[in-house]
Design a protein around this ligand. Structure first.
Ligand SMILES: Cc1cc2nc3c(=O)[nH]c(=O)nc-3n(C[C@H](O)[C@H](O)[C@H](O)COP(=O)(O)OP(=O)(O)OC[C@H]3O[C@@H](n4cnc5c(N)ncnc54)[C@H](O)[C@@H]3O)c2cc1C
Length: 396
């Protein structure tokens, strides 16, 4: 990992158990971050950098646990490259001066490799992290957030919700969906038994699963409500990534995978030992193998829906600082951030909002942020003008 020590100026003095504040003991943190994934660790580093010390990151599991739970074969679709030396941050980096490509020597890391990267980064920067602490409920009482965990109530003036999507899969949507298995629960595609797979959902996870199964010479049929492999958009939040298109060129993919565009699934039933998948256009497909759901994620923001107004698409409505419009001090960080039509579902997108949140909280505490904002802006890590987003690439 490459760290620019001139940029990472301060290290947290916060004591996870003792909770220090300006040298005195206090019960109340300035900030609690829920979730120690890419978003939680990334925003924690910006808090440290802007000069906020009395904060903590809590996670129900361990640092990067969603990444550790990816199927063994699954890799990042966004490439890592050590481009930092000319001021272009590695696409999978969550902090200025850091390059996963440089530290891991791999272009498309596996989830487990990336979790290790987050762990080393947290250790190096001595981030105050409390693992194995699940937040069960949140209330704001007289200006203070109360977070209930199994053992204690954590208190804070500001709260950053960075609990991600992966651990909150979407498992409904049609009759019999509970008979299927979500891809987020598969430890390794190579260990799945059976030869004939039905996959519901043909975006990144569905194509990823198809590719690995096809490489094991399994037959795969993929059903999608749309046609992600035929989208004209150059935005990987809408169309498939280049990495997936390349994989679809693999001989085993061509030989073993059949794609069904614009084919919504209406039901799955188990008749004897055979799964019957019916599509809305009246066709029935059969397999002895439990169908796989690659239908995406509900997202953890549903857990805190009482703290946000809801947009028409179900995502939280946010202020220009990614703060709730109804509960001051409550922020959302990570792939569920939406502004207008802009979707921040990849690391290289949502990382550009970490410093916006840090600046908002720091300013409310009277901390000067001009130098901090300049540094982040120079590195493409401070995106406040969204008019640049949504532009398509030229066809050539
Ligand atoms: C198969 C797959 C491939 C992907 N590939 C890419 C890619 O190539 N590039 C890219 O940029 N993005 C990719 N993504 C998206 C990427 O995974 C997300 O951007 C990233 O995981 C989001 O990070 P996060 O920190 O928001 O969430 P997570 O990594 O899920 O972290 C959330 C953390 O919150 C904790 N948590 C949850 N609920 C609670 C609670 N109640 N109390 C305490 N802790 C809690 C969890 O334990 C977890 O550690 C991919 C996603 C998937 C599923």
């Amino acid at each position: 990992m490459i760290i620019n020590l001139a940029i990472i100026m301060s290290k947290s003095q916060g004591d996870v158990n003792g909770i220090k504040k300006e040298g005195k003991s206090s019960n109340v943190f300035d900030v609690i971050i829920v979730g120690a994934g890419a978003a939680g660790i990334g925003v924690a580093i910006t808090l440290q950098h802007v000069g906020i010390e009395n904060f903590i990151v809590v996670d129900r599991d361990t640092i990067g646990s969603s990444f550790s739970s990816w199927p063994d074969e699954t890799r990042f679709i966004t490439p890592s490259f050590p481009s930092n030396s000319i001021g272009m941050l590695d696409l999978n980096s969550i902090a200025i001066g850091v390059s996963p490509a440089f530290s891991m020597r791999v272009e498309h890391p596996t989830g487990k490799e990336y979790a290790k990267h987050l762990q080393s980064l947290s250790d190096y920067l001595e981030l105050p992290i409390k693992e194995n602490t699940e937040v069960k409920s949140i209330e704001k009482i007289e200006g203070i957030f109360h977070l209930e965990t199994d053992n204690e109530t954590l208190l804070s003036t500001n709260l950053i919700w960075a609990a991600g999507e992966f651990q909150y899969p979407s498992v409904s949507g049609f009759e019999g969906s509970e008979l299927c298995r979500h891809t987020s629960t598969v430890p390794k595609y190579g260990d799945l038994e059976g030869d004939d797979f039905l996959i519901i959902g043909g975006y990144e996870s569905g194509i990823d699963a198809s590719y690995h199964l096809a490489r094991c010479d399994k037959k795969v049929r993929v059903f999608d409500i749309g046609s992600p492999w035929a989208e004209a958009s150059s935005d990987p939040s809408i169309a498939l990534s280049t990495f997936s298109f390349e994989r679809m060129e693999d001989v085993s993919f061509g030989k073993n995978v059949e794609l069904f565009s614009e084919t919504p699934v209406s039901s799955v039933t188990l008749v004897g030992d055979t799964y019957e998948l019916k599509t809305e256009d009246g066709h029935t497909f059969e397999s002895k193998v439990q169908p796989l759901l690659a239908s995406g994620f509900v997202g953890s923001h549903k857990f805190v829906s009482h703290m946000f107004e809801e947009r028409d698409d179900g995502f939280p409505l946010l202020s220009d600082s990614d703060e709730s419009t109804i509960v001051p001090g409550m922020y959302l960080c990570g792939p569920a951030v939406r502004h207008g039509n802009e979707n921040f579902c990849f690391i290289y997108k949502y990382r550009q909002r970490f410093a916006i949140i840090a600046q908002s909280i720091a300013s409310s505490m009277g901390i000067e942020t001009d130098e901090f904002v300049d540094a982040y802006r120079r590195w493409g890590m401070y995106l406040d003008d969204l008019s640049c987003c949504g532009q398509e690439c030229l066809t050539c």
